[in-house]
Design a binder for this molecule. Structure first.
Ligand code: UGA
Length: 447
């Protein structure tokens, strides 16, 4: 199928590369001509495991091309995904101007028989708004343009695998014809044949549920799913605080809870809380939608507050262990909001670093990928280019992002380099017994 994907951010580029991988003829469109030229040369604008070989493969097979000319490329396409970013206005409301710009250009391209699909996370009711905009700006040649919503559920760091074998594909449509076209588009993925050949942790998922809903339901499924995951994390973090008080271990508690099929073991990892560009944004969007619709979703506002308190709780643990943070040297392992990405937007690690700096500590941090980005966000942070440098003369070490590399560090060497052996495992990812045996004063989050 001939497909256009508009907006070459993470969602757009991963969608384009994966659809090309499963056999479609895909053009990735972006206004940024430099970005397009870079991608033509094989330079990706973002870090995402397994994406680079997939893009290379698509280009070599001539199934994936890039362009900055939306109008020219869209005319002969059957499906156009809108994957442009959503900004925010000063009052927190979504800024849909990029979506509007793209929609107007699609409308004036004179397409016939085109399915326009919103894929990036957008406020509920955006589908209806796109429909109205298309109708308003359609040129006389334009015919049979329909709108659908097909929310993505991909996670940074495993976006390729999440796309090639998702838990489900949700399509919000206005007609059986639109549903049929999307079913045809996703057929290779729905049949579960396409494992990601470049990523060792990837395995074929088997048949994938294809969920057909109204456009509004699909939009709500997206934000409600993210909000539920965020609430799940906040719930387990509260249980972690309680476990700590009663002498239980949240790792054991979460394991025992998660084995109940109704609860599920995913997203029960207690620690510094959730961050990144997506979950915090989606929760806020859901709270906002509820407010606008007159639904009091106080429960979700509480989940956001619980999350914000994780940073203070971690700082308090260090304060207790060191008596004061003033003048103390604290080493931070990890700055990205999660492993396998260089993304630091709303990263709990950086929120903690800012808090510690504010309280007078010196903070030295290391991250395998996110050092440069972190430096831009928090210039007062000293960024080291080696994890052992972080421990040099430190009064405490904090594991803030659970990069797998950190689990196999030479902890005896880190311990020797430190002034005091305080270790805060902000992600409950380390082997407590082993570290205690190495002489660390181990602090967990709910253990
Ligand atoms: C999230 C959702 O998981 C995706 O389904 C969704 O498509 C995406 O947002 C989006 O809206 O675009 P992502 O933000 O990439 O994906 O990362 P997650 O794996 O969900 O992690 C988010 C945060 O929660 C991270 O800071 C992570 O450390 C934290 N987390 C996650 C926990 O603290 N505990 C857990 O058990 C799981």
């Amino acid at each position: 199928m001939r497909v256009a994907v508009i907006g070459m951010g993470r969602v757009g580029l991963v969608t384009a590369a994966c659809l090309a991988h499963v056999g479609h003829d895909v053009i990735g469109v972006d206004d940024d001509a430099e970005r397009v030229a870079g991608m033509e040369r094989g330079e990706l604008p973002l870090l995402e495991p397994a994406l680079e070989p997939l893009v290379r493969e698509g280009r070599r097979a001539a199934r994936l091309a890039f362009s900055s000319d939306l109008k020219a490329t869209i005319r002969d396409r059957a499906v156009a995904f809108i994957c442009v970013g959503i900004g925010h206005q000063p009052n927190g409301a979504a800024d849909l101007s990029a979506v509007e710009r793209v929609t107007r250009r699609i409308a004036s391209a004179g397409s016939r028989d085109l399915l326009v699909v919103e894929k990036n996370t957008v406020p509920a009711n955006t589908g209806a708004w796109i429909e109205r905009t298309l109708a308003m700006y359609a040129t006389s040649g334009a015919r049979d343009i329909e709108v659908a919503s097909n929310p993505e559920f991909l996670r940074q760091g495993s976006a390729v695998c999440d796309t090639l074998h998702p838990d489900r594909i949700v399509v919000g449509v206005g007609s059986p014809r639109a549903a049929g076209r999307l079913r045809e588009l996703y057929a290779p993925i729905l049949e579960g044949h396409f494992a990601c050949p470049f990523h060792p942790a990837c395995a074929p998922a088997g048949a994938v549920p294809f969920v057909v809903t109204s456009i509004q339901s699909a939009e709500v499924i997206k934000v409600a799913s993210s909000a539920f995951l965020a609430a799940k994390i906040s719930f387990v973090n509260m249980v972690a605080d309680l476990s700590e008080r009663v002498g239980a271990d949240i790792a054991q508690v979460a394991e025992g809870m998660g084995l109940d099929g109704r609860i599920g073991g995913a997203f029960l990892q207690a620690g510094l809380g959730f961050g990144g560009p997506c979950l915090p944004r989606d929760v806020q969007a859901f709270v906002r939608l509820a407010e606008e619709m007159g639904v009091d979703f106080g429960f979700l506002r509480e989940a956001v507050k619980v999350n914000a308190r994780r940073i203070e709780a971690a700082a308090e643990k260090l304060r207790k262990a060191l008596l004061t943070l003033q003048g103390k040297r604290i080493g931070l392992l990890g700055m990205a909001f999660k492993p396998h990405t260089d993304e630091v937007r709303h990263a709990p690690a950086l929120a903690l670093a800012a808090h510690l700096l504010q309280d007078g500590a010196d903070v030295v941090a290391y991250d395998p990928r996110a050092g440069a980005a972190a430096r831009n966000v928090l210039p007062r942070l000293v960024v080291a280019d080696d994890p052992y440098a972080v421990a040099e003369g430190a009064d405490a070490l904090v594991l803030a992002t659970e990069w797998p590399d950190f689990l196999s560090l030479d902890w005896a060497r880190l311990r020797r380099a430190m002034r005091r052996p305080v270790l805060l495992d902000g992600r409950n990812a380390l082997d407590r017994e082993k570290l205690v045996a190495e002489g660390f004063e181990y602090l967990g989050m709910g253990r």
